[in-house]
Design a protein. Structure first.
Ligand code: SF4
Length: 386
């Protein structure tokens, strides 16, 4: 089974913390870009030589909700035409609350999108201003109501913590208000200052204080506790869901299973090859217009293709799988996939990380996963498997 990622690299304007592959002021390219996406889907299917089974589709960005529903529908029609799309496929779309209306949401639902991921970030105007987000919290409340009326039964809210000048009580209020909206899923991300972003620049010049990592850790632990009591289960370092509502698309990444990526800068992993597409929308459109057929999973837009050795794949399986806080990495699944026992391959790092209280085995010895302390020090743990 494959997952399919569709990158939509358009935003109305850039948020202060963002280093994603996205562009403001390029809306005039949207129509040609969607043509190119359809061409890339056709190219992938032609080189695969069969209708590959796809069980999740994810429109990420950028701001996919800037695309008219008819464009989203065109992409989904192409997916259904060229791939064996599961009848119960999860079809997600990332959206910014400020860009949505009730008719838009109805049309999006009718086009086949069945899961929304809303970039809320905060309920407080000062946080939203610092992040240069394009919406206020009342827009989030309105959007949730419209999304339910439009028939969306699977909604994620993205929130950010550890912001400069964000006190713990303000974060607690954001989480409480967001939980009152009864989404099925939460993604909570700690702010990271990405090089080259305006926010990192402001902090470097002393115009905005450094985020405080101790407060961020406190916020994370508080939110985990609060969400558990509110009926959500943490299943990944940054993700909590109601029963049965974990994001199937992202689980595919964390289980290190194959996915195809279409669009500018999209990445893929299939047939033992990791691929990356050309970054800018203009170059992407040109390549898809001019391109010749290439061997699967490459397309005319591919600018990097790296064959993965079994050693790489094992290390990636550990690093990604350990993000899954409950599931972790299964000994039997690992053996089935690689023909080796994971404890034999990684004896030293596992012994060390268990002694440091960062990893533990499930009581039946089948699954290796992070301890609660390990969840706070995930990057430290993952490095041990490189
Ligand atoms: S809306 Fe998202 S992708 Fe676009 S600039 Fe803001 S954070 Fe980046």
């Amino acid at each position: 089974m494959y997952s399919l990622y569709v990158h939509v690299p358009f935003c109305r304007r850039r948020c202060s913390y963002c280093d994603f592959n996205t562009y403001a002021g390029q809306e005039h390219l949207q129509s040609a870009y969607v043509d190119a996406l359809v061409q890339e889907l056709a190219a992938l299917a032609a080189s695969a030589g069969e209708a590959l089974p796809v069980h999740t589709v994810y429109f990420g960005g950028g701001t996919p909700s800037l695309l008219p529903p008819a464009h989203v529908g065109r992409v989904l029609e192409a997916v259904a035409r060229h791939f064996a799309l599961a009848s119960d496929a999860e079809v997600s779309l990332e959206a910014n609350p400020g860009t949505l209306t009730l008719p838009y949401l109805r049309d999006l639902r009718a086009a086949g999108v069945n899961r929304l991921s809303l970039g809320v970030q905060s309920a407080h105007p000062d946080d939203l201003r610092l992040l240069e987000r394009d919406h206020d919290y009342p827009a989030v409340v309105r959007t949730m109501a419209w999304a339910r009326r439009a028939g969306f039964e699977n909604i994620n809210l993205d929130l950010m913590f550890g912001l400069p000048q964000q006190p713990l009580v303000r974060w607690q209020r954001t989480v409480r208000l967001a939980a009152d909206l009864s989404p099925e899923h939460f993604s909570l991300y700690a702010l990271t200052l990405e090089h080259g972003t305006p926010l990192a620049h402001w902090v470097a010049r002393g115009l905005v204080p450094q985020p405080d990592p101790d407060t961020a850790a406190e916020m994370y632990l508080w939110a985990d506790d609060f969400l558990r009591q509110a009926g959500f289960q943490q299943y990944e370092i940054s993700n909590w869901a109601r029963a049965g509502r974990a994001c199937r698309h992202n689980l595919q990444y964390w289980r290190n299973l194959p996915y195809l990526g279409v669009g500018a800068g999209a990445h893929g992993f299939a047939a033992g090859v990791r691929t990356a597409n050309v970054l800018t929308p203009g170059a992407y459109i040109r390549r898809m217009k001019d391109g010749r057929p290439r061997a699967f999973p490459r397309t005319p837009a591919t600018v990097e293709a790296r064959a993965i050795t079994p050693e790489d794949e094992m290390a990636e399986t550990m690093m990604m799988g350990l993000r899954l806080t409950e599931e972790g990495v299964s000994r039997s699944v690992f053996r089935q996939r690689f023909g080796r026992d994971l404890e034999a391959v990684y004896r030293e790092p596992i012994r060390r990380l268990i002694a440091q209280g960062l990893l533990t085995w499930s009581p039946d010895g089948e699954r290796l996963h992070l301890t609660p302390r390990g969840r706070l020090l995930g990057n430290w743990v993952f490095r041990e498997f490189v």
